[in-house]
Design a binder for this molecule. Structure first.
Ligand SMILES: Cc1cc2nc3c(=O)[nH]c(=O)nc-3n(C[C@H](O)[C@H](O)[C@H](O)COP(=O)(O)OP(=O)(O)OC[C@H]3O[C@@H](n4cnc5c(N)ncnc54)[C@H](O)[C@@H]3O)c2cc1C
Length: 350
């Protein structure tokens, strides 16, 4: 996280395969792949006569990406490490972490050092730097709730900048970074994130699956470690391991519809899981809609929907980005036809 890393040559690979760099295992080649291990590496890319102006793709762990073709530009593989207590006060501990830190290992580190607050987000694949991009969320917590600030390079302005939590405009699986003109055109590389972990720790166990898992373990008053272990156990049961069955986690957003449409759907399908939102609209469970539309465990060519969790799209072997698109379109069409609801994909397409 400090800009004073030793001056070693940039780690550059030409015509680099990205297959190992995306959890779907999709084939794609980057014209140039640069591994950025420090903020000064980022600065050297900015100052480089060729790299500075090249089209860029910022890559973390590749667990939320659908690669649909080769990338004729510069892929910046974010590998900036480091984690430390940045500040402490009576109310909270502030922890800074480098963008390239593995997310789950970072959560484990916070717990091992006695800083609870992120445990509900255990075992989410990917990096610290990508966590704010789609405001990762699971088991009743979104990372935006624990975030203090984000520091990033803006390649357009050639400057480092810091945004506080409000400026990040976090929403459900969304943030400023996903907006037009930001990361999607490679404009911004997040280099570090500061988290705010409140001292008045209360376990967040509102989520039904989590409560059930803790009850089955006979734990009435869980600590942060208990919550993390329960989250990890539930996730291992429900979600495919990308190392065995390549996937990118939940593939579709849970759709949010108007109250009138939700009422009509609930009259026809009383079991439809639904969650009223603060703005009066209603969030529906995409996995349930996909299952009812007949797609749970169903394949189209080498791509299908996972048999244990219909929301997860999986590569059964040898799929391309075009195969992923074809299955996505078929699932969207089936859900639209049965429920008149549009599903939008969660991963980023490139
Ligand atoms: C099995 C599985 C389970 C999952 N479960 C969840 C879950 O429960 N909740 C959830 O929210 N997500 C989940 N995901 C999705 C994914 O893990 C998260 O979105 C994660 O934050 C992606 O991190 P990454 O480093 O792999 O990002 P990448 O896939 O490498 O990148 C994702 C996007 O972020 C951008 N990006 C990455 N790093 C940076 C950076 N440093 N600066 C700027 N932009 C950057 C990329 O350009 C890209 O647009 C799951 C995925 C899998 C495979």
């Amino acid at each position: 996280m400090s800009a004073s890393a030793p001056r070693v040559p940039l780690n550059v690979q030409l015509r680099a395969s990205l297959r190992e760099h995306n959890s779907f295992g999709l084939p794609a080649v980057a014209a140039t792949l640069v591994r950025l291990a420090s903020e000064s590496d980022v600065k050297r890319v900015v100052d480089h006569p060729e790299y500075g102006r090249a089209p860029k793709l910022v890559l973390g762990g590749g667990s939320n990406l659908v690669l649909t073709g080769d990338f004729d530009g510069l892929v910046l593989h974010m590998a900036i490490a480091g984690k430390r207590v940045w500040r402490e006060d009576d109310e909270a501990v502030y922890i800074e972490a480098g963008a390239g830190e593995n997310w789950h290992e970072f959560v484990e580190w916070t717990l091992a050092h006695g800083y609870p607050g992120l445990e509900n987000l255990s075992l989410i694949p990917g990096t610290v730097g990508a966590a704010p991009v789609q405001n990762i969320g699971a088991y009743g917590l979104e990372v935006g709730e624990r975030l203090h600030s984000v520091t990033a390079w803006d390649f357009a302005r050639q400057a480092l900048f810091t945004l506080d939590r409000a400026a990040c405009r976090f929403a459900y699986r969304d943030s400023l970074f996903k907006q037009e003109g930001w990361h999607l055109d490679g404009r911004v590389a997040i280099v570090s994130v500061v988290f705010r972990l409140p001292r008045n720790y209360r376990p967040n166990i509102g989520y039904a699956d989590l409560r059930l898992e803790l009850a089955e373990r006979g734990i009435a008053e869980p600590g942060a470690r208990d919550v993390a272990d329960a989250v990890i156990a539930v996730r291992r049961r429900k979600l495919p391991d990308p190392a065995v069955t390549p996937n990118a986690g939940s593939f579709f957003h849970n759709p949010v519809v108007e109250r009138t449409q939700a009422d009509a759907l609930l009259a026809a399908y009383p079991k439809l899981p639904h969650y009223p939102q603060a703005d009066g609209r209603v969030k529906l469970a995409a996995g349930w809609l996909i299952e009812q539309a007949g797609w749970k465990g169903k394949n189209l060519g080498p791509v299908g929907m996972y048999e244990k969790q219909a929301l997860v799209l999986v590569n059964r072997g040898g799929a391309s980005g075009a195969d992923v698109r074809a299955t996505m379109a078929a699932v969207q069409a089936a859900v639209r036809e049965k429920f008149a609801v549009d599903l939008s994909p969660e991963p980023v397409f490139l």
